[in-house]
Design a protein around this ligand. Sequence first.
Ligand SMILES: NC(=O)c1ccc[n+]([C@@H]2O[C@H](COP(=O)([O-])OP(=O)(O)OC[C@H]3O[C@@H](n4cnc5c(N)ncnc54)[C@H](O)[C@@H]3O)[C@@H](O)[C@H]2O)c1
Length: 269
Amino acid sequence: MTWLGLEGRVCVVTGAGRGIGAGVAHELARHGAHVAVLDRDAASADAVAAEIASAGGRSIGLAADVTQQDAIAAAAERVQRELGACHVLVNNAALVGYAGPLMDADLNQWNRMLDVNVTGTLICTRAFGRQMIVAGQGGAIVNVASICGHLPLTHGGVYSVGKAGLLMLTRMLALELAEHGVRCNSVSPGLVRTPATEAAYGDSEVAEARRRLVPIRRISEPEDLATVIAFLASDRAGYVDGQDVLVDGALSQSLMGWVPRPPGPMRPS
Ligand SMILES: NC(=O)c1ccc[n+]([C@@H]2O[C@H](COP(=O)([O-])OP(=O)(O)OC[C@H]3O[C@@H](n4cnc5c(N)ncnc54)[C@H](O)[C@@H]3O)[C@@H](O)[C@H]2O)c1
């Protein structure tokens, strides 16, 4: 047994065909979990599952869109049949992007983003959480929120509203599922280099300016999130419920550092 005790645990990770989700799937598999890699992109889901299998792990790829109840129900049935009842669900799938100012944002974009980033989480939680309840062995859900759910993202209002909703959804689900021994927490990443954000990090000036903005002076990688998520998914976090963990290198704490001051100390008056 490793410290986390995730061996043989059936874990489902959504949006796991690339980026943070793929990092989480690999991390859980490294701890001996049996991992269902769910993504709307079938080829990337299968590719990540194949990588896990070739490293000696147990994994299946599932092609499904988190907003499609029937497809998610079918995916849940397949998990139950091939791996057993889900014990850990990581709701990571999301649309990442800027839709512009809220006053002008296209309502189709608004609806689609909230559909994937909030409603999709509820749909997956119902399908896989039901398996946890029926199996009666407890379980853990980890939602991937964002620093933008805590702090408004300029011109990213739709994204920020969705992630703020996800933070409350996490707390609500924690309350509702506690009696079944199912915990629900979230992580809020700060700046992460993934395919979704590659355009920013491919531009060396933007990348360096972003790096300097983070107090820890480093842009995070999917692994920085994956290890925290694995901990929250494990029994080691058995008394942590309804919480959010900001994994942002102290970026969210840095605002007051930008306030101009005269040189030298300022004495209390
Ligand atoms: N990258 C960042 O800087 C950052 C920062 C804060 C939070 N996050 C959050 O982390 C999570 C992962 O982000 P990422 O950067 O790895 O994104 P990404 O775009 O690189 O990967 C997202 C994956 O989700 C899948 N997906 C999207 N919509 C789906 C749907 N409807 N059904 C099933 N699968 C779907 C995509 O196919 C893709 O494989 C998201 O919840 C995002 O909001 C990312």
